[in-house]
Write a protein that binds this ligand. Structure first.
Ligand SMILES: [Zn+2]
Length: 206
């Protein structure tokens, strides 16, 4: 995990959002490969191993799905980010797009949640695991991409929560309803894109 992502991590415990405490014990450059993340509210501790922050056992891993460069280019265009910086969150099989998107979108850091086997931490990709939620604070992401298997109501609502107002969610399954707060803009080729309203609570940071 990229060390600066620490301030955006969220404890999955049922309590208010609070900054977590990172105690790294192994780093390469600015990537934390081993250590512990602790919650000051509920006192839970989460291990960082192989660079992955493990907030809880992930759901059954989605199958590795080959995704062509054309899909990464389409997702890049739909996210519509014209400048570098910030974070784009990829969930489940959406993590497979990380390396192609990193090439297309220099200066953006990617955060993969529950990646399929074969997706590893890189200097531009942090990885997190949790069974049922995106362990990130609200309104921190400049874009979210949900893999096909993650296009369920609970992941869609959590994707809307972590997204910044006015920015985009791409879902790699066409036939799903947009979650509350997301306006569907377009669909086709097995995916759809929506935008988060600017008025939602927690979107004060851009
Ligand atoms: Zn907690």
């Amino acid at each position: 995990m990229f060390i600066e992502l620490t301030e955006h991590l969220k404890c999955p415990g049922a309590h208010e959002e609070q900054h977590l405490i990172l105690v790294p014990d192994r780093m390469v450059g600015r990537m934390v490969l081993g250590g512990t993340v602790a919650c000051p509210v509920c006192r839970r501790e989460y291990p960082v191993t192989e660079g992955i922050v493990r907030f809880g056992a992930p759901p059954p891993a989605p199958p590795w799905r080959a995704m062509d460069a054309g899909l990464a280019e389409a997702v890049r265009a739909l996210l519509s980010l014209s400048n570098p910086g910030g974070y784009v969150v990829l969930v489940g099989s959406g993590c497979v797009l990380a390396s192609s998107l990193a090439t297309l979108m220099g200066g953006v850091h990617f955060v993969g949640v529950n990646p399929p086997a074969g997706v590893d931490v890189t200097p531009s990709l942090s990885l997190l695991e949790h069974s049922a939620a995106v362990p990130l604070r609200s309104a921190m992401a400049r874009g979210v991409v949900l893999g096909e298997e993650s296009a369920t109501s609970s992941w869609l609502e959590d994707a809307a929560r972590v997204l910044l107002g006015g920015l985009r969610l791409v879902v790699l399954r066409a036939e799903t309803e947009a979650p509350p707060g997301i306006t569907r803009l377009a669909s086709g080729q097995g995916l759809w894109v929506g935008e988060k309203g600017r008025a939602m609570r927690g979107d004060e940071r851009r």
